[in-house]
Design a protein around this ligand. Structure first.
Ligand code: HEC
Length: 141
């Protein structure tokens, strides 16, 4: 991680201190996600995004993107930015690649720094759908 990025995170931590207060007042209530027609993936976390093209449930790619788009908007956009354009205050999720699958699901399940755990709000179905949606977006310039 570059020094430049670390400095940004310190600023992010300061700003997110107030974002947490907003959550306490119910302004940014996590929404959960309606995973609709996606298959049940069970509770044991998978190591790979099953909805990616060529993945175990790659045929559900389009449905996963749709589920992930609303799941992202309701649970992640407040901190990671509209359409995952972070603006530098939080990590830009579009930078994650398919090699980061386990890292991604681990962070979202357990929480990370100022980010809360989503285990109580989202099942892994919704989490992988969100990853699939983010992967469908254009990479940052
Ligand atoms: C309250 C603000 C907040 C919300 C809501 C939030 N995040 Fe985060 N997220 C953060 C912060 C801050 C970090 C960086 C934590 C650190 O470096 O200590 C982070 C880090 C991450 C990381 C690690 C990225 C990396 O490059 O290291 C992933 C993956 C992630 N978030 C995914 C999500 C997803 C998916 C959602 C929605 C389900 C979400 N986050 C919701 C604030 C948030």
């Amino acid at each position: 991680m570059s020094v430049h990025f670390s400095l940004k995170l310190i600023v992010a931590a300061a700003v997110l201190g107030s974002a947490t207060v907003a959550i306490g007042h119910g302004n940014v209530t996590p929404q959960g996600a309606d995973t609709g027609t996606l298959p049940d993936l069970g509770s044991e976390p998978l190591a790979e995004n099953p909805f990616r093209e060529g993945g175990k449930h790659g045929d559900m790619n389009a449905q996963a993107i749709a589920v992930g788009e609303s799941g992202y908007a309701g649970n992640c956009a407040a901190c990671h930015g509209i359409q995952a354009m972070s603006g530098g205050m939080t990590p830009d999720l579009r930078e994650l690649t398919e090699w980061d699958d386990e890292y991604f699901i681990g962070r979202v399940m357990k929480g990370y720094g100022n980010m809360p755990s989503f285990s109580g709000t989202l099942d892994q179905n919704a989490m992988w759908a969100i990853k699939t949606y983010v992967e469908s977006l254009a990479k940052p310039q």
